[in-house]
Ligand binder design. Structure first.
Ligand SMILES: Cc1cc2nc3c(=O)[nH]c(=O)nc-3n(C[C@H](O)[C@H](O)[C@H](O)COP(=O)(O)OP(=O)(O)OC[C@H]3O[C@@H](n4cnc5c(N)ncnc54)[C@H](O)[C@@H]3O)c2cc1C
Length: 418
């Protein structure tokens, strides 16, 4: 698939994660010649191992009111659903302060409205891409179930549930006895659950990304294997992406390099507070139990998603930067809780993984023209919802490139908000 486009009129997309590939496809639909550049295979970054949920109700920011009270626990419990590595605390402190600042009630409402605009477009923006590529069967529209192991956990989730309701996300609150009608294999340990019927999920996020990338290549797009180490301007307003060994000239560049986008944006003159919320998964190829839809453990901070290659347990947050090695105990902690939720869970052949969510402290992505480089665009920072918001991001980037009015107001996603 590694082909090289020589055209200087092409658009270069840096990053072959789900966001970069969706940008490439939407640009290609505009008749633009596109090259995607990445040192890895498409979908081998964070897009490889997510929980696969296409969140049509992803309208709650990560930092909700009261988050500050949880910080001591984040520091003291390295296996908790949100943990901060002590060694990374000095680096992440400014990000954390901004995260806390964004948890004020009026700010949360504002962020939620901005998230809702994107959430509404999750499925409509994917439809044409999946339809064209013959991949509709990779998405199941069977909703998502949030389960609570105590009345107290349910009470503390109430503000988030109400926020979703205010944004018009349909929900059904279920008492304990009704939960097992939806999911008979769940243990009878949940007094409460909320069913979100509008959610969907993919059967394999990695295969979805690589299949979309193959479709892009079949339609004439090229994918170049290389790491962009510098972005330079040439005299005639062209841009050059420098890889180890190649100089790729382009009429415009889209930065979609996920958690690694910060230095690339800085090369284009914009400093942004992008960091990473590391997350883990455990893949169980022979789970021996059946779930009909993704089930989210509220206390555990992870989702159990039925996929084509087994059951995936994925989630939790570790603030520890891009360099520290994974902590296998965090994956074990997910598995331990899942055993209690799903009696008889089969663990043979299990595999663990860690990925780097690209996250801004206000839980919103940057989808924008680069403020200091008119022929460059930013599409990164999607945090917990990159799979969900990838297609609408691609659509918006193509609209920004075309010029004129975008189909939704992109003001909340501007880089200049920081
Ligand atoms: C445990 C977990 C569960 C999750 N669950 C969900 C979920 O259920 N639903 C959801 O919507 N989201 C979920 N997410 C979030 C989602 O996976 C991410 O937001 C999304 O994958 C980000 O996509 P991306 O394309 O921006 O980044 P990536 O997939 O990380 O892709 C970035 C690409 O850029 C490349 N790159 C980096 N630097 C350079 C460079 N210098 N030159 C060239 N290429 C470069 C990388 O190699 C990589 O391939 C989850 C994340 C985790 C960790």
């Amino acid at each position: 698939m590694a082909a090289r486009a020589q055209s200087r009129d092409r658009t270069l997309v840096v990053g072959a994660g789900i966001v970069g590939i969706c940008c490439a496809l939407y640009l290609q639909r505009e008749g633009i010649s596109v090259t995607v550049v990445d040192p890895r295979e498409p979908g081998d970054g964070c897009s490889f191992g997510n929980a696969g949920v296409l969140s049509t109700g992803g309208v709650t920011p990560e930092a909700m009111p009261g988050i500050l009270r949880r910080v001591p626990r984040m520091l003291l419990d390295p296996l908790g659903p949100i943990a901060i590595r002590w060694s990374y605390l000095p680096r992440i402190a400014p990000w954390l302060l901004s995260y806390a600042w964004n948890s004020r009630a009026e700010k949360v409402e504002q962020i939620s409205i901005a998230l809702a605009q994107l959430s509404k477009e999750v499925i409509p923006a994917y439809e044409p891409l999946l339809g064209d590529a013959g991949l509709r069967d990779m998405v199941r529209k069977s909703g998502c179930l949030y389960v609570y192991e105590s009345e107290e956990a349910f009470r503390s989730a109430r503000p988030a549930i109400e926020l979703r309701r205010r944004r018009g996300i349909p929900a059904e609150e279920l008492p304990g006895e009704e939960i097992r009608q939806l999911e008979p294999d769940l243990a009878p340990i949940f007094p409460r659950a909320v069913f979100w019927p509008g959610f969907a999920h993919t059967l394999n996020p990695k295969r979805l990304t690589s299949a979309l990338a193959e479709h892009f290549a079949r339609r004439g797009g090229s994918i170049f294997r290389g790491e962009v180490v510098a972005l330079e301007r040439t005299g005639e307003e062209k841009l050059v992406a420098v890889t180890r060994g190649e100089r790729l000239e382009a009429a415009r560049i889209v930065v979609a390099a996920g958690a690694w986008s910060r230095p690339l944006a800085a090369m284009l003159g914009t400093r942004l507070p992008l960091d990473t919320e590391r997350g883990y998964h455990v893949m169980l190829p022979q789970p021996g139990v059946t779930l009909r839809r993704p089930v989210l453990s509220s206390e555990g901070g992870f989702v159990m998603t039925p996929m084509e290659h087994g059951l995936r347990l994925a989630g939790t947050v570790e603030l520890g930067g891009l360099k520290a090695p994974p902590d296998p105990k965090r994956a074990d902690a997910i598995l331990k809780r899942a055993r209690r939720m799903l009696p008889g869970l089969g663990e043979a052949g299990s595999e663990t993984w860690m990925g780097f969510r690209p996250s801004f402290p206000d839980s919103l992505p940057v989808i924008d023209r680069a403020p200091h480089q008119r022929n460059a665009y930013f599409a990164f920072g999607h945090g917990h919802r990159g799979l969900s918001f990838a297609a609408i991001t691609g659509k918006l980037i193509a609209e920004l490139v075309r010029g004129g009015k975008t189909s939704i107001d992109v003001a909340p996603y501007r880089a200049a908000r920081f």
